[in-house]
Design a protein around this ligand. Structure first.
Ligand code: ATP
Ligand code: MG
Ligand code: MG
Ligand code: MG
Length: 431
């Protein structure tokens, strides 16, 4: 008799197997008990028929509590009524660990309660499905960038300087000096791209976001590719191809999870059709003004503006060439005009906001130096970064995709807090 996981059930129809599982739910009558079993790989039904098992086994089944862990022995059978397609006819049950008064019952619970119990909430079918989508996005990311010849490199998490907006920096002590938690690995990635050509990193980043939104985490994971010998136009093509690849792989490999999440698969399919539309920042401002938004040229867009622009299209949209003043110092100005930079944000449909931010980088030594000074940054901290422009500088571009933003959007989840196992939020660092 083989020990299997639920996900393998299709290969064991008619066979006697052993499965380690938890009781997700249970209902029973005088003659039959239905166990909703989960083993981490999937959920499926165990059927205990009174007339087929000993009295002791039937009583054990009837008395099982939610989340008690058990060894189940039985025969796998097809079950055409369930979406999963299989069930197990139970012959024996061995209790491994008892569970009493499990706090998360099948009834509705408030968000704060669920967040306090995040360590248990993760066991629910919805959270299980979201984590499967997250895992698939990570897997497909590695596959995509490996296939395209990128090398994964790991920029440091402790840094001596700020790559982005200094107001969102986490400060820490570094022996007798200051250090900051990484907000983006980009500057280091540029150095790595000069060594390896095409690189990507995938790691945690930290931002002391002072506002509560459904899109911002304090600690989030970012995919950051950086490419030497590459202009912004080419980078946009990689971005859309990569995002379409993620969606296609989730469609191909997470069918059950998408069903659990009630995600509209036809809509997701639509997002795999390339190219994605592009609109300039200038045109976006004009469109917003025509529709009574209170924005003027030079303002950054917030969630209502991004959502409105995204609503004009049936796919993600790129907003190109933002004003230089609202973007980081390293972005390259547009060749025809100095007030905008060669950058783009990819905005997801359905109100999920910015998924990717990217740009072509300033490759000229003097221009970059001027920018560092203009942004009032400590030039000493950027000496190494400037030197990249001194020894064979080349055009190069890159972008960052927020993992949890992608997970939230693709899984159709309402709030980003459910897209990471243990979210860090403005008012929460427990559990
Ligand atoms: P936003 O405008 O939404 O605050 P940003 O422009 O500050 O995002 P970037 O610095 O461009 O973000 O970072 C690249 C990507 O990282 C974003 O496109 C987004 O997908 C993701 N991201 C940024 N901040 C957060 C956050 N606080 N939580 C989760 N993901 C984030
Ligand atoms: Mg931000
Ligand atoms: Mg932004
Ligand atoms: Mg951005």
């Amino acid at each position: 008799m083989e020990k299997i996981r639920i996900i393998q059930a299709d290969k064991y129809v008619g066979k006697k197997v052993k499965i380690g599982a938890w009781i997700a739910n249970k209902r029973s009558s005088g003659k039959i008990a239905f166990l909703n079993l989960r083993d981490g790989s999937a959920f499926f039904q165990g059927v205990v028929v009174k007339s087929e098992v000993s009295e002791e086994v039937f009583q054990t089944a009837k008395n099982l509590n939610q989340e008690t862990s058990v060894w189940i022995t039985g025969t796998v059978q097809e079950d055409t009524r369930s979406k999963f397609g299989y069930e197990i006819h139970v012959e024996d049950i061995d209790i491994i660990g008892e569970s009493h008064d499990y706090p998360i019952t099948p009834k509705e619970h408030g968000t704060e309660f669920l967040m306090d119990n995040r360590h248990l909430w993760l066991r629910s079918s919805k959270q299980h499905a979201i984590m499967q989508v997250r895992n698939e996005i990570i897997r497909a990311t590695y596959e995509y960038f490996n296939k395209e010849g990128f090398v994964k490199i790991d920029p440091p998490i402790l840094t001596g300087s700020a790559a982005e907006n200094t107001t969102e920096l986490f400060h820490t002590e570094y022996f007798d000096r200051d250090a900051f938690l990484s907000q983006s690995g980009q500057l280091y990635l540029e150095a790595a791209a000069m060594a390896l050509g095409k690189v990507f990193s995938f790691g945690p980043t930290f931002r002391a976001e002072k506002s509560k939104t459904r899109r911002h985490l304090i600690e989030f994971w970012m995919m950051e590719p950086e490419m030497a010998f590459m202009k912004q136009d080419e980078s946009l093509e990689i971005q859309e191809e990569y995002v379409a690849y993620l969606i296609q792989n989730v469609l191909d490999n997470c069918d059950a999870a998408l069903d659990t999440l009630n995600r509209d698969k036809e809509l997701l399919k639509q997002y795999t059709q390339l190219p994605y539309p592009r609109i300039s920042y200038d045109d976006a401002v004009e469109l917003l003004q025509k529709n009574d938004f209170d924005v003027k040229w030079g303002d950054d867009f917030g969630s209502p503006e991004e959502t409105f622009i995204a609503q004009q299209y049936d796919k993600p949209v790129f907003i190109l060439n933002y004003p230089k003043a609202i973007k980081p110092f390293y972005m390259k100005p547009h060749p025809d005009r100095d007030d905008v930079v060669l950058c783009a944000d990819m905005i997801a449909p359905e109100g999920y906001g910015e998924i990717i931010g990217g740009s072509e980088r300033e490759e000229d030594y003097d221009a970059l130096r001027e920018q560092i000074l203009a942004f009032d940054l400590d030039i000493k901290e950027y000496e190494w970064y400037l030197e990249l422009r001194k020894y064979g500088s080349v055009p190069h571009s890159g972008f960052g995709l927020g993992l949890e933003r992608a997970v939230t959007w693709i899984s159709g989840t309402e709030h980003i807090r459910e897209s990471i196992p243990f979210p860090r939020l403005l008012n929460r660092i427990y559990p």
